[in-house]
Design a protein around this ligand. Structure first.
Ligand SMILES: [Ca+2]
Length: 416
């Protein structure tokens, strides 16, 4: 912005035409210039990229590049404020498609990128996990790590992430064949764990890629600072009932019950969720823990996107993974939300209003970024808590606005 102003002043004196051209270029490259403030929450939200078609997953390189998928079959990169498609594949399967993406933990050295997508086979729909090699934003298929994962127009799983142990974790859906989730010999309805070259880690619970079983359609995985794995999962719909979306604490080898139990139903040998949505429908997808002092009221909390629920679900766990608070953020503000993840400069999330189940807003779909509205540095803890009290419904919107105005007036905080 400073550079822009300098040029503006320079050109203003000399001629008018270059000013206009320069202005167009600058604003074309930096959509982040237009943010929406939520002063009662202490955050602002910027559009990073818009006019997308069902963005599904995102990952960040240390060189500043941002890679993301669009379900219709694309892998894209954001670089220097510009978006470019770097791969487009003919993908299969209704609500399947180009799904998860993950950069290798050693991406800086090996330039490996992993992608999970749905493909059509002669007699059906399948999913595969492929390792690509990246060079100058060109992807070359290196190795198919897993293929033939049962697929369907629905329930294809698809979230892939590296865990803190360096292993690659993969969520798979039941492919609309619930019994597969209970078949330990099938990779459907599971969370899988493999080495980055596709081989099976020695300490997996079964003699296979299977890490946990009895899942319906898990689409979100995230680890806390201590290495605990939390997964989101869509609850039943149709003949067996509806809703009861799940948040599960994943223990290797455990069976999370689908299709035998859901919600609070129990059965020997089956593990219950640590939180479920009851009669509400969240349709949870991508999720993350946020750690950082930049957005202090988010520090240590867990966030899950909600498609049908059209919000970001914020959860606070206690030490024993009981739920001490959970509630909705940004309800109805952006429509269906597919993924939420921590980036280098804030909390990123993406809409999924072009997926056939939503009502697209102008310029949907979008990737958006939440960053702090105020500079909280050196402010006492209770100042940082005001937004959190509002988000948890402990004070009203007006009380939060008044408190923040007062603190700005006093010079305790300043607006970023
Ligand atoms: Ca379950």
């Amino acid at each position: 912005m400073i550079v822009y102003l300098m040029y503006y002043q320079l050109f203003m004196v000399k001629m008018k035409v270059p000013v206009i051209i320069f202005t167009l270029v600058v604003f074309g490259m930096i959509p982040l210039a237009f943010g929406e403030s939520y002063p009662e929450m202490g955050i602002k939200i910027d559009v990073v990229v818009d006019n997308l078609k069902v963005p599904w997953a995102i990952d960040f390189a240390s060189d500043g590049r941002v890679f993301f998928t669009e379900r219709v079959g694309n892998v894209n990169v954001i670089q220097n404020g510009e978006v470019n498609q770097i791969m487009s594949l003919g993908v299969g399967g209704g609500e399947g498609g180009m799904l998860g993406i993950a950069l290798d933990p050693n991406f800086d050295e090996n330039h490996y990128i992993y992608v999970y997508y749905t493909y059509n086979e002669f007699l059906g729909i399948k999913n595969k996990l492929v390792q690509y090699s990246e060079s100058n934003n060109i992807l070359t298929e290196e190795k198919i790590l897993i293929e033939g994962i049962p697929g369907a127009p629905y329930h294809d799983g698809g979230r892939i992430k590296f865990g803190p142990d360096g292993m690659l974790y993969v969520t798979t859906g039941d492919a609309v064949e619930p019994d597969l989730s209970q078949d330990v010999n099938s990779v459907a309805g599971k969370i899988l764990r493999i080495n980055s070259d596709g081989t099976i880690p020695d300490d997996n619970p079964f003699d296979s890629a299977v890490y946990s079983m009895g899942h319906r359609n898990p689409q979100g995985i995230a680890w806390d600072e201590s290495g605990n794995l939390i997964a989101t999962e869509h609850g039943p719909s149709g003949w067996i009932g509806v809703a009861h979306d799940e948040i599960n604490l994943i223990v290797p080898g455990a069976n999370y019950g689908w299709p035998h139990v859901f919600g609070d139903q129990t059965q020997d040998g089956l593990t219950n969720p640590i939180l479920h949505s009851g009669d509400d429908i969240w349709a949870p997808s991508g999720s993350t823990f946020y750690y950082g002092k930049e957005i202090p009221m988010f520090d240590g909390k867990y966030f899950s996107s909600a498609l049908r629920g059209q919000h970001i679900h914020m959860i606070e766990f206690d030490e024993n993974y009981g739920v001490s608070y959970h509630g909705e953020l940004l309800s109805g503000e952006f429509g269906r939300i597919r993924d939420v993840t921590q980036g280098p400069d804030g909390l990123y999330f993406m809409t999924s209003n072009q997926d056939g189940r939503g009502n697209p807003n102008l310029h949907d779909d979008k990737i958006l970024r939440i960053s702090p509205l105020y500079n909280y540095e050196d402010s006492p803890a209770w100042v940082q808590n005001i937004s959190e009290w509002y988000m948890k419904g402990q004070i009203t919107k007006q009380e939060s606005l008044d408190a923040h105005s007062y603190l700005i007036e006093r010079g305790t905080i300043s607006q970023n």
